[in-house]
Design a protein. Structure first.
Length: 365
């Protein structure tokens, strides 16, 4: 029998947050940091009314979408590359910059695809220790070597929900070797209202050694359509366009993303909803000695170290009630914590009601 050989990777596959359980027909999914309010009503309307020819290939350059992005964020459309989610842009960056034995620096707890795509192309992933679950500029700089090619950070960070200030990010770029590419993932930037924060896009629109990642999966509610984009020097973007798959962003995704950017009212509404329920959930959970990060994204990292019950215990009890949170032990290797996505009003109330039932005999007043 003929055996066809193929590459074998010593990589742990990405494990997304669970979205269903066999015994339960209906679940409340609070495990994937998806939009609490869904998509913009204007997006729903245009998708329903627009005649989209599915037998035709989409615009391979996403020209109209890039123009809309350029207008919305006041940036150069020629320095934008679109992808099937920002995941694909991460993959292309790794393909473009990394060779076997190059080193990639990532924070101790960070989006898993940075390390996965880096390892696929043969690079060595180096982890920088975090301090109190916050990315440490000092620890990143300590890990830099002559082999370091890329530094990945998400700001705010996933799964910890913490962030680097504008001052800290600028300092990181200043102290890094100029030949090292700093990749800043702005996935949750729209949720940020903190005065000491600035997105990577706002800080580095004209830096040749910084590349910015953006997504439509979070505040814009288009996770299922898979659309994201990257912003960097024209030289980098031109090179990415050479290796980019043809027609990589489907026509419906391009149309929906373009319309989503035009609905600023929906974005404002989403931010207000996020702030309101972040504070309510945080205050509520603290009555049970379950603590979390300060508001910075659309999720809370719940810490059970001072709670009478463990994260695993609560995860299982909530699961039995059809409510799914993200276990941070899988992939992230963070013990005794859960990640809670801020849901709709109805979902948040059901979550709090379930917590009251589960922990009714133990509460701090």
């Amino acid at each position: 029998m003929t055996t066809i050989s193929f590459k074998k990777f010593n990589i742990e596959a990405y494990k997304p947050g669970k979205s269903s359980f066999k015994k339960l027909k209906k679940v409340i999914k609070l495990s994937a940091n998806e939009s609490a309010l869904g998509m913009s009503p204007k997006v729903k309307k245009i998708i329903s009314n627009k005649k989209i020819l599915l037998n035709k290939y989409p615009d391979g350059k996403s020209q109209n979408l890039r123009k809309v992005i350029s207008k919305a964020y006041k940036c150069n459309s020629e320095k934008i590359v679109c992808g099937a989610g920002s995941d694909e842009v991460i993959q292309m960056i790794c393909q473009l910059f990394l060779n076997p034995k190059d080193e990639v620096l990532v924070p101790e707890y960070s989006f898993l695809m940075y390390r996965i795509y880096s390892k696929i192309v043969g690079a060595k992933v180096i982890f920088a220790k975090e301090i109190n679950f916050k990315v440490s500029v000092k620890e990143i700089l300590k890990k830099v070597t002559k082999k370091t090619k890329i530094v990945f950070i998400a700001n705010p960070n996933n799964p910890t929900g913490t962030y680097l200030t504008k001052k800290e990010v600028l300092y990181l770029r200043k102290k890094l070797n100029k030949k090292i590419l700093l990749v800043i993932d702005d996935a949750y930037a729209e949720y940020m209202t903190n005065k000491d924060y600035s997105s990577g896009l706002n800080l580095f629109k004209n830096k040749n050694n910084v590349f910015i990642l953006r997504t439509f999966s979070k505040i814009f509610g288009l996770a299922s359509l898979r659309v994201g984009w990257g912003y960097g020097s024209k030289k980098i973007v031109d090179a990415l366009n050479v290796i980019k798959p043809p027609f990589n962003v489907n026509g419906i995704a391009q149309l929906a993303a373009s319309e989503a950017l035009k609905d600023k009212t929906f974005v404002i509404k989403s931010v207000r909803h996020n702030l309101l329920y972040f504070k309510k959930l945080k205050k509520f959970l603290e009555t049970y000695n379950i603590y979390s990060n300060s508001v910075s994204a659309n999720f809370l990292l719940l810490n059970f170290d001072k709670c009478k019950y463990s994260a695993k215990y609560l995860y299982e009890k909530l699961k039995n009630k059809g409510i799914i949170l993200r276990s941070t032990e899988d992939g992230y290797n963070i013990k005794n914590k859960l990640r809670l996505t801020i849901g709709s009003k109805k979902e948040n109330l059901k979550f709090m009601g379930a917590i009251k039932q589960i922990l009714k005999k133990w509460k701090i007043f």
